[in-house]
Design a protein around this ligand. Structure first.
Ligand code: GLU
Length: 283
């Protein structure tokens, strides 16, 4: 069954990255958003190395084919770097430059412990090696991280949370300062060569577009704690959230962009109609 919210008068968005063809999971996500109210498309193209114009064109084409439409001009994150810069500058007292590469992080985490390394929504939980480094010492290849524990302290909060329209809708999903600091950690707000990161851009853009309901896959549920924290730090409103179920392949694996066999294109080429797609994803 589809995850549908009760209130259909929302401002919603679908925010794909043009790094591959849209697949059945994206169709589910876009249709879920569009069913809740005024639907916006946003192109999340900050990763210039992986984004391709042909994928962006295919996103427009596949969504139109599904029967969706949205206001123009479409927001593209690559046009929004000054807005991200302004947010980063504002957060500067709570951030630090980090020069650790993946191998350094792995090595620092492996030293004291055996077995599985702590992982959060961004992969390995950063062990804090560069925490406390000054922006004056930043190198050109450094990333910028949020000092998560200090962010809680600056807000005078010891817990952060949100409600979800699909997952236990009567429940406050919340985590303590220490749970966020230890389980999610000092997330990246500006990636090498990008001037922003997914977390920062999504928060700034949802506010700029006046989004009242964020619908996205359950895989991003834990990232929402960070997004709510960033909204508080930047004095931005917190929208409602609906994290929907993931569409899986026959083996139960989550679909990824590389699964071209599940691409909407592939089904279109085989003669499927939009109604067939809705039936396949149980919408
Ligand atoms: N660009 C992100 C993705 O494709 C969007 C996530 C979101 O909706 O916040 O997964």
């Amino acid at each position: 069954m589809a995850d549908r919210a009760v209130d259909a008068g929302e401002v919603t968005r679908f925010a794909p990255s043009p790094t591959g063809l849209l697949h059945l999971g994206h169709a589910y996500s876009a249709l879920t958003a569009a069913a809740q109210g005024a639907f916006h498309l946003r192109i999340e193209d900050i990763d210039r190395d992986r984004c391709r114009p042909e994928f962006e064109a295919a996103i427009h084409d596949d969504l139109h084919w599904l029967g969706l439409d949205w206001p123009r001009p479409v927001m593209r994150q690559s046009d929004r770097l000054p807005a991200y810069r302004a947010a980063l500058d504002r957060l500067a007292p709570l951030t630090y430059p980090c020069r650790c590469r993946r191998g350094d992080i792995r090595a620092a985490l492996s030293a004291p412990q055996e077995g599985a390394l702590p992982a959060g929504p961004d992969g390995l939980v950063y062990p804090g090696t560069c925490r406390g480094r000054s922006h004056r010492d930043a190198g050109p290849d450094d990333v910028i991280r949020l000092d998560t524990a200090r962010a809680f302290d600056a807000l005078g909060l010891d817990r952060i949370g949100f409600r979800d329209r699909a997952i236990l809708p009567d429940h406050d999903h919340s985590l303590t300062r220490d749970q966020v600091a230890q389980g999610i950690g000092d997330v990246i707000l500006s990636r090498r060569g990008m001037g922003t990161s997914y977390h920062l851009a999504v928060v700034v853009d949802d506010a700029a577009q006046g989004i009242t309901l964020v619908t996205r896959g359950k895989d991003l549920f834990d990232a929402t704690y960070i997004h709510v924290l960033l909204q508080r730090l930047l004095d931005l409103p917190t929208p409602a959230y609906l994290h929907h179920r993931l569409i899986r392949d026959d083996a139960g694996r989550r679909l990824a962009k590389r699964d071209d066999a599940r691409a909407l294109r592939h089904y279109r080429d085989e003669g499927a109609t939009p109604a067939d797609i809705c039936q396949m994803i149980g919408f």
